[in-house]
Design a protein around this ligand. Structure first.
Ligand SMILES: [Zn+2]
Length: 463
């Protein structure tokens, strides 16, 4: 930005400058309806940069109704006559821009807001949306056919939104390339516990309700936000390394699974902090909820949510995502291997750390188990296509790629590369090319053949 601005000033004395000056004072235009992701052309929005969300939600588990007000603080990145938010299905009753009523229209999952006056480029503004309805989960092939999003439970709601369900419960720029900080305030029936991201600011009962305020002060992708509500046993403390822990377990699951969620969460957070670099968030934890219809767990920022899947290897996977996915987020959804390949590789590292199996042996087991004619080898990991973006190849071949890389560049360079990656892109976004370039820089080697074979082509690579 500053580059184009100084170029404009520098050119002011020349004839060519008049075009640029005219361009700078040109008429405001609408922001784009999508952020430019080929897998989800409508997700995210153009023309502004989301900075902070104030989410207020009141949830009535008996009726399933949510009433909300979202105030988004954003910065215009162009001169805007109007801009879009993503919102699926819920009814909007009012919109304000900088406190003044604004016009809006709906078209599918896009909501277009037209402020009374155009917003100049660089201007920081707020847009408040009052809305309500009964949020419905999404389905389809993306999450292996499982429902996901805002999912009603026996005692509240389970909220896990990857990749595109955040906009089923709050209006947003619903793409990980537009991260922001959050204040999340939840009103729920008295006696229930509301768990969200970051740290607990306050919780109190008034009348028949419980009011809970959470604050996520580090940038977060929309899909990592949660407002999970229900009956929970909460245990707080610190890891041996000193990181605050908040673990909420549905009491009906207390004795199932046999895994010590609190203990594994604390141990894995500390261990990953040594291997991947400093823990990026203010608190670690877990939300364990009784939601058998969700056939997945999700690396919700600072507190993964666990449903049907609860075991040690899942916990270490979701916690590895706090670095790979949550702090360093994908720029486009085709890069999901940067999340899933790394979190799967973390499972292999955990087994190595426990002394049960080396990462090399985990690699060989996965490699040898799949014959060359297996469909597994037909996924291009660096561009797996939308409906198969969470296919097993993204996880397993992604992890295999990291083991092949480790054996090529050696342990010293490899274990410098991982924390270098999380440091360089902390709280930001990155893509596969960024990783390839960093791996080459840290190792001092050309690696395009390795990544070309393992990430950008199909077929079973020869060893
Ligand atoms: Zn994962």
């Amino acid at each position: 930005m500053s580059l184009s601005r100084s170029a404009r000033l520098g050119a002011a004395a020349t004839a060519a400058a008049s075009f640029l000056v005219v361009a700078a004072s040109s008429a405001p235009t609408p922001g784009a309806p999508g952020i430019g992701d080929p897998y989800f052309p409508q997700l995210g929005n153009g023309g502004y940069d989301a900075r902070h969300y104030d989410l207020d939600v009141a949830y009535a588990p008996d009726t399933g109704r949510l009433d909300g007000r979202t105030t988004l603080t954003a910065r215009a990145t162009q001169k805007l006559s109007s801009f879009d938010l993503d919102l699926q299905r819920l009814e909007v009753t009012g919109v304000q821009v900088d406190g003044r009523r604004a016009e809006f229209s709906r078209d599918g999952d896009e909501m277009t807001v037209t402020p009374r006056r155009a917003l100049s480029e660089g201007r920081v503004f707020t847009v408040s949306v009052t809305y309500g309805g009964v949020p419905e989960p999404l389905g389809g092939p993306i999450i292996f056919g499982s429902a996901y999003g805002w999912m009603k439970t026996g005692d509240g709601v389970f909220v896990a939104c990857e990749p595109n369900a955040a906009s089923t419960w709050f209006p947003s720029s619903d793409h990980p390339a537009d991260k922001a900080t959050y204040d999340i305030r939840i009103k729920a029936p008295r006696g229930l516990t509301a768990v969200s991201n970051g740290r607990l600011v306050s919780t109190y009962d008034k009348g028949g309700s419980t009011y809970t305020h959470w604050r996520e002060s580090k940038p977060m992708a929309t899909y990592l936000a949660t407002a999970t509500i229900g009956k929970f046993d909460v245990r707080t403390g610190r890891t041996p390394g000193g990181i605050p822990v908040y673990v909420a377990v549905d009491p009906v699951l207390k004795n199932s699974g046999g895994v010590d969620v609190y203990g594994v969460t604390a141990a894995a957070t500390d261990y990953w902090s040594q291997v991947f670099g400093p823990y990026p968030f203010e608190e670690t934890g877990a939300i364990v909820d009784d939601m058998p219809q969700a056939g997945f767990s999700l690396e919700v920022q600072s507190k993964p949510v666990y449903s049907a899947v609860r075991n040690e290897t899942t916990i270490v996977h979701e916690l590895a995502h706090q670095w790979f996915g949550d702090s360093v987020s994908v720029a486009r959804w085709k890069d999901t291997w940067l999340n899933e390949g790394f979190a799967t590789y973390a499972q292999w590292l955990w087994a190595e750390h426990q002394g049960t199996r080396s990462a090399h042996d985990s690699f060989l087991a996965g490699y040898n188990a799949r014959p060359a004619d297996s469909a597994f080898w037909q996924t291009e990991v660096a561009d797996p296509q939308r409906d198969t973006m969470f296919s097993s190849a993204v996880y397993q071949r992604g992890a295999m790629t990291l083991q092949v890389l480790r054996e090529r560049i050696g342990d010293k360079a490899f274990f410098e590369l991982l924390p270098a990656w999380t440091r360089l892109h902390r709280y930001g976004n990155a893509d596969t090319d960024d990783f390839v370039r960093l791996a080459e820089r840290v190792s001092g080697r050309r690696l395009d053949d390795l990544f070309g074979t393992w990430l950008f082509t199909t077929g079973k690579p020869a060893l």
